[in-house]
Design a protein around this ligand. Structure first.
Ligand code: SF4
Length: 230
């Protein structure tokens, strides 16, 4: 049962200048009930000057244990796809729409549960705060949950995957993403033209009946992102 979800906003330090400061503050977030059962907050990681930012759904079991995003099987597959799409793996930033692991216990096993709209909404302020410290050329949305968080509930990955969309114009609330950093002390300017591309989550490749075909589709979409870089 979903209880009260006051949202992450009150846990975000207004004067945070860096992703590290946001990450430290996120460790204490109680913006929704997911913090209660998960091991820890799993904040984004990677190059703050990354030209490509990936947004996934939520940390999985291994990510929850290690406190790092995309370190489980889906993360390994994503790294392989990044290589195959000729994206530079050293210059990407990886994060999730929801920063605590949602699961249900079956015996001793923790089974992934898709976050509800209430969790996506509660956690969105962290995503917005991350974007104020990032300045990507391309944002890659991995799967339906991340798409809902950034583009709104009516966006369908299956219909628009692999398509370059204008950012932040395509966002659910573009004004949330209008400003980007120009230095390390918190000054910002209007966001330059950026593009967003949605594709499937790498975990969908792992679940697919035809994994080779699903993987090829993921790489094809990421190749579109790679070619959009200037
Ligand atoms: S999922 Fe997001 S909003 Fe909910 S407690 Fe974790 S960090 Fe806070």
């Amino acid at each position: 049962m979903v209880e009260i979800a006051p949202g992450a906003q009150q846990f975000i330090p207004p004067q945070a200048d860096t992703l590290d400061e946001l990450r430290a503050a996120a460790a204490g977030c109680q913006g929704c009930e997911l913090y209660r059962n998960a091991s820890q907050t799993v904040f984004g990681r990677g190059d703050a000057t990354a030209r490509v930012v990936f947004v996934g759904e939520q940390p999985g079991d291994m990510e929850d244990q290690k406190g790092l995003p995309f370190v489980g099987p889906a993360g390994r597959l994503l790294r392989r796809a990044v290589d195959d799409a000729k994206l530079d793996p050293g210059h990407i930033y990886l994060t999730n729409a929801v920063k605590h692991f949602r699961f249900e216990l079956r015996g001793k096993r923790r089974i992934h549960q898709t976050p509800d709209r209430v969790h996506i909404t509660a956690c969105r302020p962290w995503l917005v705060a991350e974007f104020t410290k990032l300045n990507p050329q391309v944002i890659v949305v991995l799967g339906a949950t991340a798409a809902k968080a950034l583009l709104g509930p009516s966006f369908r990955v299956t219909r628009q995957r692999g398509e370059l969309l204008p950012w932040p114009a395509a966002a659910e609330h573009p004004e949330d993403f209008q400003r980007v950093p120009v230095d390390s002390v918190g000054n910002t300017t209007d966001a330059p033209p950026t593009r967003l591309l949605a594709t499937i989550h790498p975990s969908a490749v792992l679940r697919a009946d035809d994994q080779d075909k699903a993987y090829e589709g993921l790489v094809a979409d990421l190749t579109v992102a790679a070619r959009a870089l200037t």
